[in-house]
Ligand binder design. Sequence first.
Ligand SMILES: Cc1ncc(COP(=O)(O)O)c(C=O)c1O
Length: 336
Amino acid sequence: MAAARKALPSAPNEAFGYGDPRGRIELRRNLADYLARARGVRADPERILVCSGYVQALNLLSDALRVQGATTMAVEEFGYNLHWDVIRSRGLDPVPVPVDQYGVRSDLLVGQAALLTPAHQMPTGVPLAPDRRAAAVEWAREADALLIEDDYDGEFRYDRQQVGALQALDPERVVYTGTASKSLAPGLRLAWMVLPEAMMEPVLEAKRTTDLLSATLDQLILAEFIASGHYDRHVRRSRLHYRRRRDKLVELLAVRAPGVKVAGISAGLHVLLDVPGQALEMVDRAARQGLGIAALDRYRFVPAPNDRQAIIVGYGTPPDHAYTGALDLLCQVLAV
Ligand SMILES: Cc1ncc(COP(=O)(O)O)c(C=O)c1O
């Protein structure tokens, strides 16, 4: 609110006209500084494009790749249906690549691009192992392909200092994408890309013919929020908050549902739990009591309901007053 009160009255006149399709320079500058500091991204404000959520980033990148002749994008075998639908809707073929306890199998990447969640695989919760990170970049160089790094929750690591962005290994081969959806709120629809030189023109053309540029006032408010130091403070506070929530969840499950195993690193806003029963039945039971959890199978490219029985629990959304009650319900549902 304070950022809006400060940013709006001081907005220059030209901020109300058509502007640079990359977005407001104030925000691009502040993002470049923040991303370098917080995520180790090699970010030049000239190479940043602000867009409407990660979903738009993926739309624009897919469009740009198709224009350049791409046909296929490798995706992690676990992920979001929505993202695979976006890729298909832009005329590319998403091809699933296996994921194990070290992250995606970088030795099996195919096509002209690969979409990865290296910091914290969504939803299995493992980070991409150092040799796999290097191998992914090597593959991109050899195959003349592009890596898309979806850094959706990279700021939220609790067990150690977060691992820096993959993009730093080769900024001409890796597009870095970040979003305000986890750090602030999904309704803001604000995300950003740091683009290799070769992708600037085709992505800008895709942006121009999609919506010309993203809403400038929201950008000015976020720019002010970052410049004032409030964004850093907010992320620090949120990190502590989510970490406490996760710890509480893990502690309670150990006592009340000892058959459940927590998978993945201590990070992010969701956790994957291996369960000692049929995941789908547990999800149904939870839904009947008003608790929203999902079976891992829902996030699988090729469904295999009898394979790994695991559920995904997002612990970021319940309001504080409802969290303890939600955990209690969760324990009841998972204790078999
Ligand atoms: C894997 C993953 N990527 C990206 C996003 C962000 O998407 P958007 O910026 O479109 O809200 C999310 C959701 O927050 C996510 O879980």
